[in-house]
Design a protein around this ligand. Sequence first.
Ligand code: CO
Length: 210
Amino acid sequence: MKPYEKLLKDNRAWASEKTKEDPEYFSRLVQLQTPEFLWIGCSDSRVPANEITGTEPGEIFVHRNVANMVIHTDLNLLTVLDYAVRVLKVQHIIVCGHHGCGGIRAAMTNHDMGIANKWLRNIKDVYRFHRDEVDAIEEEQLKIDRMVELNVREQVMNLAKTSIIQRAWKHEQRPHLHGWVYDLKDGIIDPVCEMPAGSPLLDIYEYDDL
Ligand code: CO
């Protein structure tokens, strides 16, 4: 059996297992999705949103990219964010980074990564904002881990800087923004920051007439 054929075979087994446990499982999910959470995570195959949070299909709306970035020119991210906030009306948005992130590690080198340079440059900017602190850390691994945390904080702030979030904060007092870091070594998620609806921003980022 080819590796991809195993995926299809296991899919059949999973679907029949689900139906056996709960005959209404799929017909219920087909009706509608009402997830309470938007997850913005890393594409890394070791950080699957549903598995590590013990959630089921239907519970988390998911967007993943390299190093869980919130970049204001990323049409994909903005489309997901707008849909999650305006249509699905999620209550919480989680930006989840992870220790050992290859995207962060690559951004902290001088290697030419081709097309990815433009993406990773946003992480180099996070380093620039926190250069003194990061440079003071001696051990390479701890330096990367600290950058993972600082990057999550920055991406949560990037969410708050969007008119999508500010409009929902003003009119509906949601969503609550969370920055989390997942540890590959023990599977534990640690919260590193949060911004409840209405959190103050540096005023230059606040839009009027929303
Ligand atoms: Co990663």
